[in-house]
Design a protein around this ligand. Structure first.
Ligand code: PBG
Length: 325
């Protein structure tokens, strides 16, 4: 026998030397939920070990992230008041805007990305302006642009629209440019499927739709060519980073989008993926740490350049320890 693949598996040093997938904490993003109020640090029931923070308390989360080597966060806001038009989303004293101020004032080195969407802010829980029971695409666009602009004015370093309206990257890009923010990048949730894996998030963000579902705007999970269509459209509208979401059931999509575009690819390992690992580990059925490591590596192996994960701090620690990456 001349060929013995096992030769390269003989020691930890050699196995690490020939790893095909390399990871760095530099490419990790931690999602954080900012809730209106004061003195709040409250564990989220559907997402064990994730918390709601009020703007005055979010510094704690930022410090822990930085300590672990996580240099970027993705912020979601939970306003006290909601209305039909999601007015709080673009209030310059809104909860997210306050959170951004607070973070950038005390931790200017933390890179702040904001989720641009309306579902946490609308009374009906849909991601835009309604016309009957449908989300009206073109009426929603100016609102999304206004929301993105208010985040950037508050100090956000990057915006990440997650609504899945057609043409929103153009609308946001144009508004940012006209207001002197032509250097602010857009990470587009380009390929976002209508997924049951968002369940725990919707509880965490109080953003479940009051009626119907999001299948009229988020993608059908039977499709992969449509993912390329969405990705290329967003690239042509000026997106700087393309996101695929969810991640674990969509590794084929990450790979396909990576092959078809020249932009960096972000993958969002969503709330349901995190909750499944937590729940199974909680019952003693799987080893949480090792399953987390294996899942994270698989997403990079598929082609992700950036990983958004509720485990970002723990993954960063695993990379530092040399267990992965
Ligand atoms: C807002 C948004 C959602 C997620 C990110 N941004 C929920 C949704 O589309 O219903 C889900 C994130 C997660 O599940 O971790 N539209």
């Amino acid at each position: 026998m001349i060929n013995r693949p096992r030769r390269l598996r003989g020691s930890d040093t050699l196995r690490k030397a020939v790893r095909e997938t390399r990871m760095s904490a530099d490419s990790l993003i931690l999602p954080l939920f900012i809730k209106e109020g004061k003195n709040i640090k409250q564990e989220i029931q559907s997402l064990p070990n994730q918390f709601h923070y009020s703007p005055d308390m979010v510094g704690q989360a930022i410090e822990e992230a930085l300590k672990n080597g996580v240099k970027a966060v993705l912020l979601f806001g939970l306003p006290e008041n909601k209305d039909e038009f999601g007015t709080e989303a673009f209030n310059e004293n809104g909860v997210l805007q306050k959170g951004i101020h607070e973070i950038k004032k005390n931790y200017p080195e933390m890179y702040v990305i904001t989720d641009v969407c309306m579902c946490e802010y609308t009374s009906h829980g849909h991601c835009g302006i309604l016309n009957g029971e449908q989300v009206d695409n073109d009426k929603t666009l100016p609102y999304l642009a206004k929301i993105a602009l208010s985040h950037v004015k508050a100090g956000a370093d990057m915006v990440a629209p997650s609504d899945m309206m057609d043409g929103r990257i153009s609308a946001i890009r144009m508004t940012l440019d006209q207001n002197g923010f032509s250097d602010t990048p857009i990470m587009s949730y380009s390929v976002k499927y209508a997924s049951a894996f968002y369940g725990p998030f919707r509880e965490a963000a109080c953003s479940a739709p009051a009626f119907g579902n999001r299948k009229g705007y988020q993608m059908d999970y039977h499709n992969s060519r449509e993912a390329i269509k969405e990705a290329l459209l967003d690239a042509s509208e000026g997106a700087d980073i393309l996101m695929v979401k969810p991640a674990l059931s969509y590794l084929d999509i990450i790979k396909a989008v990576k092959e078809q575009t020249h932009l960096p690819i972000a993958a969002y390992s969503v709330s349901g993926e995190y909750a499944m690992i937590k729940a199974a580990a909680g019952q003693g059925l799987i080893d949480e740490y090792n399953v987390m490591c294996e899942s994270a590596v698989s997403i990079y192996r598929a082609g992700a350049d950036i990983l958004i994960s509720y485990y970002a701090k723990e993954i960063a620690a695993a990379i530092k320890r040399g267990d992965i990456g």
